[in-house]
Design a protein around this ligand. Structure first.
Ligand code: GZL
Length: 320
């Protein structure tokens, strides 16, 4: 009797365990998981970009795994490998530089995890390594900066331009330089006499501008690939006893709050907008990919040009 009761009991327990393991296939909708490998936190633009991605993921009900690579490619690659191991549904990242991604992107492809680029591009011959890219047209941003300068610089004679480049090897640095040079070559008075990277940070921008000012007493224009380097350079210009925005024309890119504050103070002349608020577009693309819908390969963000004269009026509308 005891034996048969014991075998009945074990049968019931086994049935319960088996039932628990074989849960019905139609469990509640699975939450999309997105792995995002951010460049770092080097600038106001990047901080606003991160806020946009985190807020948009929350609003979209997407489970976001987020990493900050401190502007180091090896950290981004490590983060992407981590997302592959975690079997996220989609991987997205802003490539700190354009080269060196094929190996890790092939690993993501082998794991059947789609990849979406945001903000910056990669150099690859294998177009299948990413599904879409959501980014600005940096070459056009450089052209806009050159166009503003040719149209607004009125002092006769040669124009001596110094350039603070973004991170070496990054798409914005390569393309903003290319677009600017393409436009200013129309007028031989305009020459870039010194050009060096400030790595998109205020500190480095100030340091390099100090060196430019020590080496050359006759600088007419600063073209900085982002506002943060321009803001750092403004400090160096003032420390050298010159008036930024007057003695030296200051051109930046991004149109972040700090640039509007500098323009309202008369220390910066123009900022070319580069919109960091890519979060909502990214989440839409991620949802469409998971739903099996087609997505555009290239999504370009819309941007304007904000000269000093419009800064005070525009400032209250700024969201980053
Ligand atoms: C541009 C972005 C650049 C910004 C900088 O899309 O990659 O990186 O212009 C940022 O401010 O550091």
């Amino acid at each position: 009797m005891l034996k048969s009761r014991r075998s009945l009991l074990s049968a019931i327990v086994m049935g319960l365990v088996a039932g628990a393991v074989a849960m019905p296939a139609f469990a509640a909708d699975k939450k999309i998981t997105l792995g995002f490998a951010q460049v770092g936190a080097e600038s106001e633009w990047r901080a606003a970009n991160t806020v946009s991605i985190k807020e948009a993921a929350k609003a979209a009900g997407i489970d976001l795994k987020f990493s900050d690579a401190q502007q180091k490619q090896e950290n981004q690659i490590k983060a992407i490998r981590g997302y592959i191991a975690q079997k996220v549904d989609v991987i997205s990242f802003a490539p700190v530089v354009t080269t060196g991604w094929d190996t890790v992107l092939k690993e993501a492809k082998a794991a059947k995890i789609p990849v979406v680029l945001t903000d910056r591009s990669v150099d690859t011959k294998d177009e299948s390594l990413y599904v879409a890219m959501i980014a600005s047209d940096f070459t056009e941003e450089g052209r806009k900066a050159g166009k503003w300068l040719l149209e607004n610089y009125k002092t006769p004679g040669d124009v001596n331009i110094v350039e603070l480049q973004g991170t070496v090897g990054s798409a914005p640095a390569i393309e903003r330089k290319k677009g600017f040079e393409e436009v200013i070559k129309a007028d031989p008075r305009f020459k870039i006499t010194r050009s060096q990277t400030g790595d998109f940070t205020r500190a480095k921008g100030k340091e390099v501008m100090e060196a430019f000012l020590k080496a050359d007493a006759n600088i007419n224009v600063l073209y900085a690939h982002n506002d943060d380097m321009a803001i750092g350079a403004i400090q160096a210009i003032e420390a050298a006893g010159k008036k930024p925005g007057k003695d030296i024309i200051v051109i930046g890119v991004d149109a972040v709050k700090g640039a509007f504050e500098a323009m309202m103070a008369g220390k910066m002349n123009v900022s070319i907008e580069c919109n960091p608020q890519l979060g909502p577009q990214l989440m839409e693309v991620v949802k469409d990919i998971v739903a099996g819908k087609p997505v555009p390969r290239r999504i370009i963000t819309k941007e304007g040009v904000f000269p000093m004269e419009t800064a005070a009026k525009e400032f209250p509308n700024r969201k980053y």
